[in-house]
Design a protein around this ligand. Structure first.
Ligand code: PYL
Length: 286
């Protein structure tokens, strides 16, 4: 998964209202309802204003990403939850979050980004939540959903692998491609209804439904007319030609995954998302 930079996320806080408008246009719902839909809960069952959410900056590894905690706080706040960034970082920040009786604590090191529910002890994971959100968005943007349809997944990293599993659960016929062919072949051997594709350009040309979970750029002349594209990949992959040809491209660099994490961490989720799966998957070919 691409490590975010302050530059990549600099417009997240100011862009939240626009993202909501984009979602209303592309999938006919706002970010709160989208996040709830992604994990199968009813927005009306959650009293968003009753949740206090702390975001704790973490200095480990490559350290703090400028604007990351604030961007997460703004995305969570856009759901109607009461979010704040702790003054302190790391363990001191976690103790501050507990002292402030935060219900949910978001924190990210270079490996994992989680939202921990201090009451239920359940936690949601950004990888799972991002895959869940973008698979849901693809199904919402595609007339009649994904069942029985071919979907191309570009990128067999952690998000791509989760997305392949979820797409199969939705009855899609999945083609997957990756810059490391072995990663795509591993998924083909592991799941029924998944085909590894080595010729990525041909695969993009011949698929109208695409979930792009790769950091690469995708030349617009490969995109089929009226393509429906759900793209968690960072940085943004598409040029003007691709935007002209596609019927819809759903993309953002952080907020959609965070919104799904926040709703998932409330703990009403019908999904049994065991974050262990995501961690275990780390042992897969990277
Ligand atoms: C969670 C993001 C989504 C894409 N890549 C993941 C990433 O950049 N992870 C690193 C996050 C580090 C955050 C830093 C801070 O500012 O607290 N520890």
């Amino acid at each position: 998964m691409t490590r975010l930079t302050a530059k990549i996320i600099e417009n997240v806080p100011s862009g939240i209202a626009h993202l909501n408008e984009e979602l209303e246009k592309k999938i006919k719902m706002d970010m709160r309802n989208f996040a709830c839909r992604s994990i199968g809960v009813n927005a009306g069952d959650i009293d968003f204003g009753s949740y206090s959410v702390a975001i704790v900056p973490v200095t480990s590894g490559e350290g703090i990403i400028g604007g990351f905690s604030r961007s997460v706080a703004v995305a969570v706040g856009a759901l109607g939850m009461r979010s704040f960034v702790t003054e302190a970082c790391d363990v001191t920040g976690i103790s501050e979050a507990f002292s402030s009786s935060a219900d949910i604590i978001f924190m990210a090191d270079d490996e994992r980004f989680i939202a921990l529910n201090t009451k239920t002890r359940s936690f949601s994971d950004n990888i799972w939540s991002t895959a869940r959100g973008y698979v849901t968005a693809l199904g919402l943007a595609e007339e009649g959903g994904l069942e029985g349809k071919r979907v191309l997944v570009i990128g067999a990293g952690r998000v791509g692998r989760e997305a392949v599993k979820m797409l199969r659960n939705e009855g899609a016929l999945v083609e997957v491609t990756d810059i490391i062919p072995e990663r795509a072949r591993m998924l083909e051997s592991r799941f029924e209804g998944v085909r590894a594709i080595s010729e990525v350009d041909e695969a993009i040309r011949s698929n109208r439904l695409i979930l792009n979970a790769s950091p690469g750029t995708i030349p617009g002349d490969l995109i089929s007319q009226d393509a429906v594209i759900s793209s968690p990949g960072v940085p943004y992959a598409f040029d003007e030609e691709g935007e002209r040809r596609a019927k819809v491209i759903i993309h953002d660099v952080l907020s959609l995954g965070v919104a799904v994490m926040a709703v998932a961490s409330v703990g009403l989720s019908l999904f049994d998302f065991s974050a262990a799966d995501v961690v275990a998957d780390r042992t897969a070919i990277q």
